[in-house]
Design a protein around this ligand. Structure first.
Ligand code: COA
Length: 267
């Protein structure tokens, strides 16, 4: 894909690297970015060589939110349609069978933070800043900020971010459970790659089921979710990956998961 594209997609070592690529606008999210992001996520899902995605931003920011220039004189109808355009790739991150890691440096604001909230894991550079400054513009987050954030950190902490519009530091986001690890800025992509590699080493079918169970289970009562877990995992005991994983343990050798093997051969 030419570097003039607003979203780049590249596969290396079993990882699909997705880059938001409007650095001169701090990767502000417009219709084209959201649509291209959806395309890159679809490429990741369809890939035989990538088992995990890493989403990051080119330049000094992850993404500084929706492109405010597009809001000038916008109608309710067009704004609603734009929210749908943004919602599609944000929801898709959760629907993919493959985990997606957000690698965040600099600003992750508004729709940028909302993309992070939709990801499965988050690695942050020390200079990462997370916020939902919409009320400063007379607006309200419309890409999941008022819904995913309270589910992740609780209503009271979410209200602090939402009502004050203040930015969380990387360390605060880590303490609040929004971020898996904080690293030096220069080490961000290496750290995200290492986290991805630790995931890629496992059986792809198991990864997909774990992702689905942790997301779907949280929408249900605990007894229902436990039944969902048992029903889903029971059927996996005779998959090729499970047969190989168990045999490898008994034979005291590293597993060669058929699903994983296909990915490493293609990658
Ligand atoms: N929409 C459109 N353009 C944006 C943008 C956004 N959300 N965020 C940044 N940009 C643009 C700036 O207009 C500027 O463009 P220019 O060089 O053509 O003037 C460029 O990106 C660099 O941003 P700048 O403001 O000069 O950088 P900064 O380091 O001084 O400030 C921010 C960074 C993130 C604090 C500031 O850009 C900002 O507040 N952005 C808006 C954040 C926001 O409200 N997001 C929610 C939107 S609903």
């Amino acid at each position: 894909m030419p570097s003039g594209e607003v979203v780049l997609y590249d596969e290396r070592d079993g990882i699909g690297w997705i880059t938001l690529n409007r650095p001169d606008k701090l990767n502000a999210l417009n219709r084209e970015v959201f649509e291209r992001l959806g395309g890159a996520l679809a490429d990741l899902e369809a890939s035989d060589s990538a088992a995990v995605g890493v989403l990051h931003g080119a330049g000094r920011a992850f993404a500084a939110g929706a492109d405010i220039e597009d809001y000038v004189d916008i109608s309710v109808e067009h704004y609603r349609a734009f929210m749908d355009v943004g919602r599609a790739p944000t929801d898709l991150i959760g629907q993919l069978s493959k985990p997606v890691i957000a690698a965040v440096q600099g600003f992750a604001l508004g729709g940028g933070f909302e993309l992070v909230l939709a990801c499965d894991l988050v690695v942050a550079a020390e200079n990462a800043r997370f916020g939902l400054p919409e009320p400063k513009l007379g607006l309200v987050p419309g890409g999941g900020g008022t819904q995913r954030l309270p589910r992740l950190v609780g209503r009271v902490r979410a209200n602090e971010v939402l009502l004050t519009g203040r930015f969380l530091t990387a360390q605060e986001a880590h303490e609040w459970g929004l971020v898996n690890r904080v690293v030096a800025k220069e080490e961000l992509l290496t750290a995200a790659g290492e986290l991805a590699a630790a995931i890629v080493a496992n059986a792809p079918g198991a990864l997909s089921v774990i992702k689905q169970l942790t997301r779907d289970g949280l929408q249900r009562s605990l007894p229902e979710a436990l039944t969902l877990e048992q029903d889903t995992t029971a059927s996996l005991i005779t998959t090729d990956d499970a047969l190989e994983g168990v045999a490898a343990f008994i034979e005291k050798r590293p597993p060669r998961f058929p699903g994983r093997h296909r990915i490493s051969e293609a990658g």
